[in-house]
Design a binder for this molecule. Structure first.
Ligand SMILES: [Fe+2]
Length: 247
């Protein structure tokens, strides 16, 4: 994968956001791009987003929306709007797109360098929202992957940094920082296609392993165009509106 990577997550079929993020990444001299899952769902360009990820050789995980579209997990936990989008997405993907999504891994360990997961190490569909959620994940990291000190996760659509040292969890600000030796980390890059931290801007990060540096980025994209496509597709209006609010 190389020593300098861009970490993106939760694209959610937002082509306008993905294009701008990839263009931005193009200027960051990275060796590769990884995606923590949810390429599809919610927005109106699932096939184009799958194809753009393939063109760019993005290493992708399978998120819960990707899994749901492929019929791999129960739909019971999805709300109404998400469910409608999953059903819409199923009929707007080619056989090839579905095959691609179907084969994605739910978890990845890049040697001792880092772990990639959509939601949590305990369950890829579990949310890490609070400190008590991430405590269990640090315990799992220590127990199962003791040589790994860094994990990247998505699913909540919110930038986040948690660190762990001497059995204590710290909730850090999602700002640029240098990884400290002996500390363990869970880091969320935020969402490309449906940010939920009150900013409509697309979010991602760059991890430079040699410099041990995490740099967050926010990228302007044509929110109106993406939202109008959602409406035109007949997807729930709430999915278009939330793009403007970043929630
Ligand atoms: Fe998601």
């Amino acid at each position: 994968m190389g020593n300098r990577i861009a970490v993106i997550s939760d694209i959610h079929a937002n082509l306008e956001a993905l294009q701008e993020v990839l263009t931005h990444i193009g200027n960051q001299s990275v060796d590769g791009v990884v995606c923590l899952g949810d390429i599809v769902g919610y927005n109106a360009d699932p096939s184009a987003c799958v194809n753009l990820c393939r063109e760019w050789g993005v290493f992708c995980l399978m998120g819960n929306h990707d899994a749901a579209v492929c019929g791999k997990i129960s739909l019971a936990d999805f709300n109404d709007a998400a469910l409608k989008a999953i059903q819409w997405t199923r009929i707007h993907l080619s056989k090839e797109d579905l095959l691609f999504l179907n084969r994605l891994p739910r978890f990845h360990r890049e040697y001792d360098k880092y772990l990639l997961v959509h939601g949590s190490l305990i369950d890829p569909d579990r949310y890490i929202f609070f400190q008590e959620d991430v405590e269990k994940d640090f315990e799992e990291m220590l127990r199962t992957y003791p040589k790994n000190f860094i994990a990247f996760f998505g699913h909540t659509h919110q930038r986040k940094v948690y660190s762990y040292y001497r059995e204590t969890v710290f909730s850090g600000m999602p700002e640029d920082f240098r990884l400290e030796p002996l500390k363990r980390y869970f880091i969320n890059p935020g969402s490309v296609g449906q940010p939920r931290d009150h900013s409509p801007l697309a979010s991602y990060l760059v991890f430079d392993e040699d410099e041990r540096q995490i740099t967050f980025h926010r990228v302007v994209y044509d929110v109106r165009k993406a939202a109008e496509k959602v409406m035109k597709a007949g997807l729930p209006r709430s999915l278009a509106e939330r793009l403007y609010r970043g929630w």
